[in-house]
Write a protein that binds this ligand. Sequence first.
Ligand code: BGC
Length: 763
Amino acid sequence: MRKLCALAVLASLAAAPAFAQTPPSPLKSKEVFIRDLMQRMTLDEKIGQLRLISIGPEMTKPQIREEIAAGRIGATFNSVRRDENRPMQDAALRSRLKIPMFFAYDVIHGHRTIFPISLGLAASWDMDAIGLSAKVAAQEASADSLDMTFGPMVDVSRDPRWGRTSEGFGEDTYLTSRIAKVMVEGFQGKDPAAPDRVMASVKHFALYGAVEGGRDYNIVDMSPTRMYQDYLPPYRAALDAGAGGVMVALNSINGVPATSNRWLMQDLLRKDWGFKGVTISDHGAILELVKHGVAADSREAAKLAIKAGIDMSMNDKVYGDQLPLLLKAGEIDQRDIDNAVREVLGAKYDMGLFADPYRRIGKAADDPADVNAESRLHRDAARDVARRTLVLLKNEHRTLPLKKQGTIALVGPLADAPIDMMGSWSGAGVPEQSITVLKGLQDAVGDQAKIVYAKGANITEDPREISFLNHIIFDRKEIDIDPRPASEMIAEALKAAAGADVIVAAVGESRGMSHESASRTHIDIPAPQQALIDALKATGKPLVLVLMNGRPLTIERQLNQADAMLETWFAGTEGGHAIADVLFGDYNPSGKLAVTFPRSVGQIPVYYSHLSIGRPWSPGDQPNYHSQYFDEQPGPLLPFGYGLSYTDFKLSDVSLSSATLNKGGSLDASVTVSNVGARDGETVVQLYLRDVAASMARPIKELKNFQKVMLKAGESRTLHFSIGEDDLKFYNSQLQYAAEPGQFLVQIGLDSDDVKQQSFVLK
Ligand code: BGC
């Protein structure tokens, strides 16, 4: 793949504008080109390439340009405009060797147009939709002069207390790996040098999603088999798809910080996986090695990081300050620095920047007059993707879809919340351009029905939470607290409800509650919102809860209270329209949870693929001497893979083409899925496998394949899944990856809990 990229760059060079003073001829192969360039670089110029700075208040723009022209900065992030990045590229081309800069940014779920948060994208189980979201993001980001995204974020997470759960694709290894691939392909296209694509830098390598207790930045302590089996594959999938960069995790792994972890960065990443791209530290992570207690001072921190293979240092001067001293003292070799520089230059080469440093910056005459112009947004794509991510959790008495008639009371602190609709890490998105639930409903009904709105409650009244949320890194106040007493706000909501045929309440978290550093011990709907729901429930009117949140919440009580419940995550720029499409039945919901919803925090971790144990609890068992909590109903509230539709689907029994599978062969598992309801609709048919008896305990089920299918009302279709030896392989206690002979169960269902089963034997 990498070779192909280089060839493509070379092919494109014939047409590229000539850069009179570009040092060695770019017509040489990547390797020769970079070797020639490096031979001409001074030590300072080399170390300058390793510095990645954030554009912020630390340095003025003229200072930054001066540093760049002096060859002391290799790349920047956080500036997202052509007219801001162009002067920096001009400065780079004034430097002695004219090595171009690259410009990076956290393009996580959209750039100017914001798509649903990653946890929502995963709930679509729709690889085309997810790939489209990344492609559109890349097009918008590259049109804003960006060359690289710090994404995709593929940290598997099974502890919803962790705020960054919102940023990943859920709890499952297989689903996250499939998504990692399509995200990278969406960002990079066939070639990261393409002017309308950006290089992907997968993060956070590795295991960041497993921070102990879900507390951000905490340690990760994990067995090697779990690491290899469950947590590492998504990063590998992103790299196999060609991701050009890797961002290193902030956490330690079994006591050794990722940033100084030679096993992780050298043995695994470079030697075993053969990664040839650039590695980037997370923000300030090299200096944090001192706080981790593995480096005595910044000098030792720099030494550990460069020796581990951290090529670029994010937002500090530690390499610049320390590497020359370390080299002089003989504590590091020139080779350590050269290895890092080679990868940075290699990434720039792969992004096409030596061929044309202005590849994505373009000409000043073509700069957009207004970067936030409506014409630059991709609203249709955002709306279509967003509605595929919504998950119908309950629909009693066919409360949904709503009719576009009569009066609808719309209440709740998230009903008219443009900032929250964007979710965290919403790139260069502008909240004012997002469609709230209120606007979405109003647009949908026009003058056919009346929408009466009341806020009803604040997101939270807890002073500690308010202070945290409004202190977060965003440059604006995150939540607006209505100063009225709670009782007055509820009274207003009840007044709106009094004249209505149905109540829709938008409740949940503000986006800042599911963000970096936003870990929670209580993952419930905050008290003032619960009081509002109780009051609404007491009216006896049909109650539809629209949830907005970035992690599973403990919603057992609300699920009981609601007649219908729709999980909408943070649905992005077109969120309100997408939600209205589903509420009114203009789109039949098809999303399925990519993460288990626990009943209570005390159950965490609760995920569907846990290992077999000696005393499992099964429905019907006495609780005593079975693995469960005696004060809580066993099992999750909502299982992985769960989601309803406005139609009903039925699955036939599973048939296997053979009761045995020979090593190297394959067999066919088939199932007929029927739409037995009255509406056309889509569902996700999920295939799980279980290794009944192996050399070590194996998961009670593991997702290995799925198909999302659209069926007309009354239509049936037989789906075929091929199962081969590779699907049965796992890492044993010696970390050998192999399938072991014996019995396997094939389980196919419309969620992970309710499955049909057959078995076969691997010979
Ligand atoms: C986050 C990264 C992010 C970086 C740059 C860090 O705090 O952990 O995910 O890419 O900031 O914004």
